[in-house]
Write a protein that binds this ligand. Structure first.
Ligand code: SAH
Ligand code: SF4
Length: 389
């Protein structure tokens, strides 16, 4: 008989599991705390559980994390782990230390089916959804490994923030995502506040509505373009859920969100989406319509993309337009780029079991406006004609 992996359960799930075995509810809380707060995997360590229960658990259950294939540490303190999830697939997680926090970037899928033009994960194709235990195992491992490695005093957490910004589109793996988020938030586990857990989505509108009702954590939306024509090309999911629907979903989400704004992520691609005119379109799109902040991400290049990162002055000029319109805008500092751990560079190892990779390979090249247009805004007319009304 396969042993049940207890990392698969949120507290309600573990309670049901214990109750099915004739155990009281509080036993599930004890077990949950041992696993997630103390990082225990050996039932014999769990000294306040009755010996009879420990013996029973050993026969039917296990705390099974993911084998680490490799670890790379960047000169800036960023650490990237590659985990084996079986079947020839490997996924990545990244720890990003800062003065006042430790952020873990977590993967939700092996590969991704959305196929964004500028994303290395998207170019790999899609293999499968991760299970709840595979999502949580990334945090379980990182938290308890880092506590030891950094010699943290008892009670101090290594991971203070989680961003679902690793490989995959989290809202296309909703059923596994939500219990994982609940484990992150539980006071009996990692105790992260809803503001400190961020789900990043390329715009799965119906699932944004469900997340709002089921587990409203902080929301980041990968926008990347101010109009549908361009976004259709960069983020193919836009053809299904165009910008107007996405903006409406953001406003609905904000009714229950832990923060009073949505963060829009915008990957700066030279000559593609980075002109002053694009920035002005963005202002028209969001100002007085969606409470938001912008996070401009310098594009992290990878060979197959055929795209280049916007030069720094273009990024700054773009940011200035947004800021002058009163929109809080930050330019993301690239971390861990010496170990390919920056946004969109997580590629793991994925067996493409779909035609996603093939579709990307045959896609027509994107129109890049002439070099030099970045700061001036002289883009091809088709990129501007779809201005929002
Ligand atoms: N699928 C989700 C979350 C994972 S991607 C999403 O798309 O939001 C996390 C962030 O990295 C997204 O904002 C994504 O657009 C950005 N990203 C992807 N590839 C990138 C690249 N090559 N350079 C910079 N940012 C990138
Ligand atoms: Fe998938 Fe996000 Fe990459 Fe797009 S940017 S391909 S949604 S992981």
């Amino acid at each position: 008989m396969d042993l049940e992996n207890l990392l698969e359960f949120d507290l309600d799930g573990l309670t049901a599991y214990c109750e099915q075995r004739g155990e009281k509810r509080f036993r599930a809380v004890q077990l949950f705390r041992w696993i997630h707060q103390k990082g225990a995997r050996d039932f014999d360590q769990m000294s306040d559980l009755a010996k009879s229960l420990r013996d029973k658990l050993r026969e039917v259950a296990a705390v099974r994390d993911l084998p680490v294939i490799s670890e790379q540490a960047s000169s800036d303190g960023t650490i990237k782990w590659l985990f084996d999830v079986g079947g020839g697939d490997a996924i990545e997680s990244v720890f990003i230390p800062e003065d006042d926090r430790g952020t873990l970037c977590v993967s939700s899928q092996a590969g991704c089916a959305v196929g964004c033009r500028f994303c290395s994960t998207g170019h790999q194709g899609f293999s499968r959804n991760l299970t709840t235990s595979e999502i949580i195992a990334q945090l379980w491992f990182a938290e308890h490994h880092l506590r030891q490695r950094l010699k943290l005093p008892p009670g101090q957490r290594a991971i203070t923030n989680v961003v679902m910004m690793g490989m995959g589109e989290p809202l296309q793996n909703y059923a596994a995502l939500v219990p994982a988020l609940r484990v992150m938030l539980s006071d009996h586990a990692y105790g992260l506040s809803r503001r400190r857990v961020t789900v990043s989505t390329s715009g799965m509108v119906p699932m944004m509505d469900r997340l709002r009702d089921d587990c409203p954590v902080a929301l980041a939306v990968s926008l990347h373009a101010p109009n549908d024509l361009l976004r259709d090309d960069l983020v193919p999911l836009n053809k299904k859920y165009p910008i107007s629907e996405l903006m409406a979903a953001c406003n609905r989400y904000l009714e229950k969100a832990p923060r009073d704004f949505v963060t829009f992520e915008y990957c700066m691609l030279e000559g593609v989406n980075d002109t002053v005119a694009h920035a002005q379109q963005l202002v028209a799109l969001v100002r007085n319509r969606v409470p938001c902040k912008f996070n401009l991400i310098p594009f992290n290049p990878f060979p197959q993309s055929g795209l280049r990162c916007s030069p720094r002055p273009a990024v700054q000029a773009f940011a200035n337009v947004l800021q002058e319109a009163g929109i809080v805008t930050t330019i993301r500092k690239t971390r861990g780029d010496d170990i390919d751990a920056a946004c969109g560079q997580l590629a793991g190892e994925v067996q493409d079991r779909t035609s996603v990779k093939q579709r990307i390979l045959v896609r027509a090249p994107i129109t890049i406006s002439p070099v030099g247009s970045s700061a001036g805004g002289c883009e091809p007319p088709h990129l501007t004609k779809d201005l929002p009304t």
